[in-house]
Ligand binder design. Structure first.
Ligand code: URP
Ligand code: ZN
Ligand code: ZN
Length: 460
């Protein structure tokens, strides 16, 4: 199969020019003006943007969590991602406390087998660290191509590790060239605020928000960064939401630390007024919660200052009947929201179209940096000869409205219902094959590949 994409505006993290692109089999084989090649398929991309397929490094597919499972599995989740222009996702394997990493890996391999349509990789969440697990960490890096290890400083009793375990894990990961990622919020402070609110009969979703004030994230982020400095490990803070945490990153830059930061569209676009809507606010019950307008401004600035390196989604969808598990008690509402399909279009529309970030920055934070940080570059994350032909042809002028009626995620509401965006993913190639065209997905479940990852590019 060969594809010739003609006259598109090719955008990489540091390039922007009009050219043709020739794809043979799974990879990009030529880029140039007026390429005179015979191809099985020709796409006229005049007036369109052509950029690397998005990489979403923070998704939860078919994940057991808070007494239920996230509602998108590998098939529905990666298909929805492709519709939105994301060709690769990194999901989180969760170690069961008291069990091995190997068993957790096997469980997740079963979840993805025969189902994934987009390409995928795994982070390994270490929820119970000891000497045996330390050996498995090395095995994951050396033998399985799983080079990033997720930690939780919250969700005590299920996922949280203590600071002693964190430091030991960092030492092993550092020695073997991996990366420690973190959900950085102070679990004990949050648990005591949850208990206080419940004891006072304050049970609506608003109290989810009020149980996780900014300080809980700022403190944990700073603590994590200090432990990174102590161990020399490279770190990555997931779903950063607020100015306080970002200021801890600013301080880390004075110490020349190897630290990367991710935020998500919801923290850039939505403010805490979403919690003023009774139980409807359960749509925005996620951790950390949505913050204030001043935090949105800090995060947009952080992107432009190079302090925030990645925009992921933290896609963790639950149907409404699942959210209703917490109808009488906010602490039982499964945390998370659906977003895997909308990241690229939302950030293009609200970021590039509205002038908050450049087109190059858009590609950098949605594709190139995730590829570099998570050891997939140059195979993924840029349009270059020899790279996987994961390509988005995007119409920057098409206006459309996001809705549960038209999205492809397996969830019965849209957090972004009625949201008007400018810019639409039109055609998507995944490793050289037409994945999305004319509003249809043309790839079969099981055609997505596991991507074994290498070590982090420490300098972006
Ligand atoms: O609310 C969230 N974020 N749910 C998914 C799990 C996590 O903390 O990332
Ligand atoms: Zn988290
Ligand atoms: Zn998450």
């Amino acid at each position: 199969m060969s594809v010739l994409i003609k006259n598109g505006r090719l955008v990489n993290a540091s390039e922007d020019f009009v050219a043709d692109l020739f794809v043979e089999n799974e990879t990009i084989s030529a880029i140039g003006k007026n390429l005179d090649y015979t191809a099985d398929k020709i796409i006229d991309a005049s007036g369109k943007l052509v950029f690397p397929g998005g990489i979403d490094p923070h998704v939860h597919l078919d994940m057991p969590f808070m007494g239920t499972f996230s509602s998108d599995d590998y098939e529905t989740g990666t298909r929805a991602a492709l519709f939105g222009g994301t060709t690769t996702v990194i999901d989180f394997i969760l170690q069961t406390q008291g069990d091995t990493l190997r068993n957790a890996l096997t469980t997740w391999q079963e979840k993805s087998k025969g189902k994934a349509i987009g390409d995928y990789s795994y982070h390994m969440a270490v929820t119970d660290f000891n000497d045996d697990v330390a050996k498995e960490v090395v095995e994951m890096i050396e033998e399985e191509g799983i080079t990033s290890f997720k930690t939780f400083m919250a969700y005590k009793g299920a996922l949280m590790i203590d600071d002693g375990q964190m430091v030991q894990l960092m030492k092993v990961v550092e020695k073997h060239g991996g990366l420690v990622t973190v959900h950085a919020t102070n679990g004990d402070m949050i648990d005591s605020l949850i208990a206080k609110h419940r004891a006072e009969g304050k049970l609506s979703p608003l109290y989810h928000y009020l149980s996780q004030p900014e300080v809980t994230e700022a403190e944990a982020s700073a603590r994590f960064i200090d432990m990174l400095e102590y161990t020399g490990c490279t770190g990555y803070i997931v779903h950063m939401t607020c100015e306080g945490a970002l200021n801890a990153v600013r301080r880390a830059t004075l110490r020349n630390q190897h630290l990367f930061v991710e935020t998500c569209p919801q923290y850039l676009l939505v403010d805490a007024s979403v919690y003023d809507n009774g139980f409807e606010s359960a749509k925005w019950v996620m951790s950390p919660p949505i913050r204030e307008k001043k935090d949105q401004e800090a995060l947009w600035s952080g992107l432009n200052q190079g302090l925030v390196n990645v925009i992921g989604t933290d896609h963790c969808p639950f149907n409404w009947d699942q959210k209703l598990m917490g109808k009488d008690d906010f602490s039982k509402i499964p945390n998370g929201h659906p977003a895997i399909e909308h990241r690229m279009e939302l950030i293009f529309s609200e970021g590039v179209h509205k002038g908050k970030i450049s087109l190059n920055k858009f590609v950098e934070v949605t594709a190139t940096n995730p590829a570099k940080i998570f050891g997939m570059h140059p195979r993924k994350g840029s349009i270059s000869v020899g790279a996987d032909a994961d390509i988005v042809v995007f119409n920057p002028n098409t206006k459309h409205t996001l809705s549960v009626k038209s999205h492809h995620m397996n969830v019965d509401y849209s957090s972004y219902e009625g949201w008007e965006v400018t810019g639409k993913t039109e055609t998507v190639l995944r490793r050289g094959k037409i994945a999305i065209e004319d509003g249809e997905c043309h790839l079969k479940p099981g055609s997505g590949k596991f991507i074994a990852r290498g070590k982090t590019t420490k300098i972006l």
